[in-house]
Write a protein that binds this ligand. Structure first.
Ligand code: SAM
Length: 253
């Protein structure tokens, strides 16, 4: 859980449990420009990273997929394009879901993509109801990543694929130095210039939050957490010199 609190606009939705309030406040101010800004500020890498993650679930030709932390539905829509499945996207921030619903309607995908409010830590679905699951940029926002992984695995059928996308810290010292400059200086400045205060705050928060997350949960520990949650055949790929991390496996049993 990030320790800093952002002064931000009050949430328009019902207050959630404390562990979720930080993420909800952070994302409530972002949806209007989220899709454009995430593409610009990730230097065009996010779409490529999403494709790599989605590759690991489409190969199983699922019929019912859950996309957790779906936000504005970018991953859910890619799943809709690339599978014949019914997709359920879940997210705790109503403002992100609102923009997601507009994106789904614009893509004429509402018959196969349904977006619902909910917390990853306590999914509003019965056991083993999905035959694939994706999640993006989630574990940095939850108090207990290990317990959250157990909850994600709970809603999967045995053998079903699960894949995630997250930022990462480049392992090479050389690229880490450039990454540090980018996240600590360029990201807040560019976010602020392009989209104002809320994106400046996000830009300032993101780099230290990513570094802190991997200090607490290094890559090897993250792989172990997946295995402890009952996920087998866990593999990962570092993307874009290590700035992105795609991880995948399948529910054991
Ligand atoms: C960076 S956005 C990613 C959105 C989208 N998946 C994408 O790739 O663009 C992270 C999302 O995680 C959601 N989120 C954070 N904590 C969550 C939780 N505990 N349960 C469900 N969603 C959560 C936020 O509301 C936000 O929409």
């Amino acid at each position: 859980m990030p320790s800093a609190r952002l002064p931000g606009p009050a949430s328009a939705q019902e207050p959630l449990a404390d562990p979720n309030r930080f993420a909800q406040e952070l994302f409530t101010g972002l949806p209007k420009r989220y899709d454009l800004l995430e593409a610009i500020l990730s230097l065009g890498q996010n779409e490529r990273w999403r494709r790599e993650m989605v590759d690991h679930v489409v190969s199983a030709t699922p019929t019912r997929v859950l996309d957790v932390a779906t936000g504005t539905a970018g991953v859910a829509l890619q799943l809709e394009e690339r599978t014949p499945a019914h997709i359920v996207g879940v997210d705790l921030t109503e403002a992100m879901l609102g923009r997601g619903r507009e994106n789904v309607a614009r893509a004429h995908a509402a018959s196969r993509v349904q977006l619902v409010a909910g917390r990853a830590e306590q999914l509003p679905f019965p056991d083993a109801g999905f035959d694939a699951l994706t999640f993006t940029y989630l574990l940095r926002y939850v108090d207990e990543p290990a317990a959250t992984l157990v909850e994600l695995a709970r809603v999967l059928k045995p053998g079903a694929p699960i894949a995630s996308l997250e930022f990462h810290v480049p392992p090479s010292r050389f690229w880490r130095a450039w990454w540090w400059l980018y996240t600590r200086l360029v990201l807040p400045a560019a976010g602020g210039l392009l989209a104002g205060r809320s994106w400046f705050r996000v830009g300032r928060f993101l780099g230290p939050n990513i570094s802190g997350h991997y200090r607490r949960h290094p890559l090897a520990a993250t792989v172990a957490m997946w295995r402890d949650a009952g996920i087998v055949d866990v593999e990962f790929r570092l993307m874009s010199l290590g700035g992105g991390l795609v991880m995948w496996g399948r529910k054991g049993g």
